[in-house]
Design a protein around this ligand. Structure first.
Ligand SMILES: *[C@@H]1O[C@H](CO)[C@@H](O)[C@H](O)[C@H]1NC(C)=O
Ligand SMILES: *[C@@H]1O[C@H](CO)[C@@H](O)[C@H](O)[C@H]1NC(C)=O
Ligand SMILES: *[C@@H]1O[C@H](CO)[C@@H](O)[C@H](O)[C@H]1NC(C)=O
Ligand SMILES: *[C@@H]1O[C@H](CO)[C@@H](O)[C@H](O)[C@H]1NC(C)=O
Ligand SMILES: *[C@@H]1O[C@H](CO)[C@@H](O)[C@H](O)[C@H]1NC(C)=O
Ligand SMILES: *[C@@H]1O[C@H](CO)[C@@H](O)[C@H](O)[C@H]1NC(C)=O
Ligand SMILES: *[C@@H]1O[C@H](CO)[C@@H](O)[C@H](O)[C@H]1NC(C)=O
Ligand SMILES: *[C@@H]1O[C@H](CO)[C@@H](O)[C@H](O)[C@H]1NC(C)=O
Ligand SMILES: *[C@@H]1O[C@H](CO)[C@@H](O)[C@H](O)[C@H]1NC(C)=O
Ligand SMILES: *[C@@H]1O[C@H](CO)[C@@H](O)[C@H](O)[C@H]1NC(C)=O
Ligand SMILES: *[C@@H]1O[C@H](CO)[C@@H](O)[C@H](O)[C@H]1NC(C)=O
Ligand SMILES: *[C@@H]1O[C@H](CO)[C@@H](O)[C@H](O)[C@H]1NC(C)=O
Ligand SMILES: [Cu+2]
Length: 627
């Protein structure tokens, strides 16, 4: 049975069923973005970003080939916003991709902005803010596209949507300055307070015996991946990130932030027992697990209301299915040898301001003065020169219809879920942990799969590698980034400028988008620095802080900051998430101490932990940083 809108509680303001042209409809959403208060884990109510005064947010739905129009009215009053439709290729509509300062200007409070795109893909997607680390405050929810030609439509009886997420008790604007701080030079991420199923806990799902349910599951988290399993029931995976797969039975799945999956669950014939299902946040992602922390969330398949809701059994081994072995239903073969290879080595480390950054090829991403798409549109033939987008946009220009291979080598001891906008990719190689770098010079080292797994978000293992292939058949400006919101804020982003001259030929920027830029006072012409006369002159382009002096290390700062904070504040141990707000006087004192660090460093050399000294010297320190 195919998904129909009637499965979803129709959100009060969703206007539907408009012009039917050749079977395809226009689905219109009017979204006022508003502050509400919410308490999804029952522990702490907090300001949360809602839509039309409600949170949880509506699940967006459409049918393949529909046109989706989303009228966004930013009524937050104190934050800009955007919406990104994660996994949508936006083929021909790269200006609807929603990445702030890349494909549009941020929508200022009081401004209106219209997204308008055609949906040509079915499956499980989600939508979220793509502006200033904002979505963990609540602006994220599933987006399901149904397909009358679903290959397994005769094999399930009903469809259900289930989001999984992590949850913080504090707003990003509180957490972020503590994270991006001299007191946290190694970049320890805030640990969420709770895991959620469908933006709540203890979710009950009424099921009937002897039926098959298709679950559309989206991990809309800021940070945490989760293991997910249904006690007493295996799941049969049939789709990942909008790509139908051959059926794959699994006891458990692993879903990183940004990933989606749909699987079938067949219920028992007898109704004597209810069964727990569990989401368990991967604690390996956390530097430090707080005492008494509950990393799990439970829900129940309820066969009978009169039956008990059993406590889940603790498992000590996670038997999750390795997604690398999944086979796309369309059996699309391995793409040919690449025309262009892009190598991105991932490192983390502090810059000269003592704050923690993340790097691809020693470059930490910094938003530019002119959104990248507008630079494409206004630099003529020079749009094929990556320089015009600014060094710290980390731009790569892709030739139209070329085969692109992206090699990501992890020089960091954490897992990272990498996501590419505008495409899904063939995952042609993925190492385990501690495998070292991929050797691009020796293609015979790998037996590439004949039919590689495809999805749009893939997990890179610690100190391992990932190799992706895709065809550059979708002209547009597409970000490639880690989907851990903390790492994205630290600059773990590259920009793929795909076939810029084709974009110039086919794209017209709607007046409504230009108006949003005007309201935000953001220029819409010229190179990254806003220079419209000499687009190869990048003077004034945004840049990160200068690197640390050579030989200086993040651990050195930790030692120093800790000793100076404890001296000033009289504290022996400070975990950053518990750190107190220092008074203005101690801040000044701390600034002075930090300024003296170089000197101290030469007196007290410490062992290097993270490489952080690699950026080219900049003529002068810019006031603009990645955030
Ligand atoms: C879910 O149940 C657990 C255990 O009874 C409880 O601690 C928790 O507060 C509940 N969560 C919500 C949101 O009610
Ligand atoms: C959005 O806000 C405007 C202005 O307050 C209001 O007129 C409109 O009804 C709201 N729309 C929805 C869908 O709530
Ligand atoms: C969607 O449109 C494509 C052509 O663009 C067509 O081949 C396909 O059958 C359509 N699908 C549905 C369900 O209408
Ligand atoms: C914006 O408004 C919300 C809701 O009132 C509030 O919680 C938040 O602190 C305000 N400031 C910023 C910068 O978001
Ligand atoms: C959406 O785009 C289509 C195709 O460009 C256009 O015909 C339609 O008028 C647009 N709708 C809105 C509401 O902007
Ligand atoms: C999860 O929440 C969405 C949105 O409210 C709802 O449509 C869906 O049915 C819920 N899923 C389950 C399994 O209850
Ligand atoms: C689930 O699948 C595993 C093998 O993948 C199998 O050993 C097990 O018996 C299955 N469990 C159920 C309840 O079908
Ligand atoms: C449930 O009953 C159906 C029909 O009698 C049968 O085909 C199926 O195998 C049974 N399922 C289980 C899990 O026993
Ligand atoms: C969460 O669940 C996992 C898997 O069952 C278990 O190993 C872990 O101990 C649980 N955590 C807590 C805090 O109960
Ligand atoms: C390439 O890799 C293969 C397989 O690991 C190995 O046998 C071969 O010696 C390598 N060739 C070179 C030139 O490194
Ligand atoms: C985008 O559309 C073009 C032209 O229809 C098509 O050739 C290409 O495969 C599409 N690319 C993607 C990623 O959908
Ligand atoms: C990054 O910096 C390190 C240390 O200076 C250097 O060894 C490495 O070659 C640099 N990598 C790139 C891609 O520039
Ligand atoms: Cu990451």
């Amino acid at each position: 049975m195919a998904l129909s809108l009637s499965f979803f509680p129709i959100f009060s303001v969703l206007l539907l069923a408009l012009s039917h042209i050749a079977g395809a409809a226009t689905v219109i959403y009017d979204f006022n973005i508003t502050w509400v208060r919410a308490n999804p884990d029952g522990q702490s109510e907090r300001p949360t970003i809602g839509i039309n005064g409600h949170w949880p947010l509506p699940v967006m739905t459409a049918t393949i080939n529909d046109t989706v129009v989303v009228n966004v009215n930013n009524q937050l009053r104190n934050q800009t916003t955007t919406l990104h439709f994660h996994g949508m290729f936006q083929n021909g509509t790269t200006d609807m991709d929603g990445a702030a300062q890349v494909s549009q200007c941020g929508i200022e409070p009081g401004s209106q902005f219209t997204y308008n795109f055609t949906v040509k893909q079915a499956g499980t997607y989600w939508y979220h803010s793509h502006s200033s680390g904002q979505y963990p405050d609540g602006l994220r929810a599933p987006f399901i596209v149904s397909d009358p030609d679903h290959p397994y439509k005769d094999q399930f009886d009903e469809e259900l949507v289930l989001s999984v997420s992590d949850w913080y008790h504090q707003e990003m604007q509180v957490l972020f300055p503590k994270f991006m701080s001299k007191a946290n030079p190694t970049g320890g991420e805030p640990v969420p307070q709770a895991a959620l199923f469908n933006d709540t806990q203890n979710l009950t799902v009424a099921v009937r015996p002897g039926k098959t349910y298709l679950f559309h599951v989206a991990n809309v988290a800021a940070f945490a991946a989760q293991y997910i399993w249904f006690e007493g029931h295996n799941v049969t995976i049939i789709e990942v990130d909008g790509v139908y797969t051959e059926k794959a039975e699994a006891e458990m799945i692993y879903l990183s932030a940004g990933q989606r999956c749909s699987f079938m669950v067949t219920t028992k014939n007898e109704t004597s027992t209810n069964y727990a299902f569990v989401g368990s946040m991967d604690t390996k992602l956390f530097d430090k697990v707080p005492k008494g922390f509950n990393n799990n969330v439970t829900g129940w398949l309820v066969y009978g209301n009169d039956k008990a809701l059993p406590t889940p059994v603790l498992v000590n081994k996670f038997n999750d299915l390795d997604d690398f072995g999944l086979v796309p239903y369309d059996k699309k073969p391995l793409l040919p040898e690449p025309d262009q290879i892009i190598t991105l080595d991932v490192t983390m480390g502090a810059l000269g301001d003592g704050k923690p950054y993340a790097f691809f090829q020693n470059i930490t991403y910094v938003y530019q003065k002119v959104p990248t798409i507008y630079t494409v549109m206004t630099t003529g033939e020079d749009a094929t020169n990556p320089m015009v987008y600014g060094e710290f946009s980390n731009s790569f220009v892709l030739g139209h219809n070329q085969i692109i291979q992206i090699v990501v080598n992890n020089h960091d001891a954490g897992k990272h879920p990498f996501h590419l906008h505008g495409h899904n990719f063939q995952t042609v190689a993925r190492s385990g942990e501690e495998a070292g770098d991929f050797d691009s010079s020796n293609s015979s080292q790998i037996n590439y799969p004949a039919i590689p797994m495809r999805r749009d978000t893939v997990v890179l293992n610690r100190n391992g590698y990932l190799v992706f292939r895709f065809a550059a058949d979708n002209p547009g400006v597409w970000l490639f980034h880690c989907h851990i919101e903390w790492h994205m804020s630290q600059g773990l982003i590259a920009t793929m400028v795909e076939a810029p001259l084709e974009i110039q030929k086919s794209l017209t920027i709607p007046q409504n988008h230009l108006d949003a830029c005007k309201a935000a006072n953001v220029p819409t012409a010229g190179n990254a620095a806003g220079n419209t006369v000499n687009v190869l002159d990048l003077t004034g382009a945004n840049a990160p802080p200068k690197p640390l002096p050579a030989g200086f290390t993040a651990r050195g700062i930790v030692a120093l900051v800790f000793s100076c904070i404890s001296a000033l504040a009289g504290l022996a141990v400070i975990a950053w998430y518990g750190s107190v707000d220092m008074g203005a006087a101690s801040k000044v004192a701390e600034e002075r101490r930090i300024a003296e660090m170089n000197q101290r460093e030469s007196r007290d050399p410490v062992t290097p932990v993270t490489q952080a000294t690699a950026l080219v010297e900049l003529p002068e320190r810019s006031t603009q940083t990645a955030r």
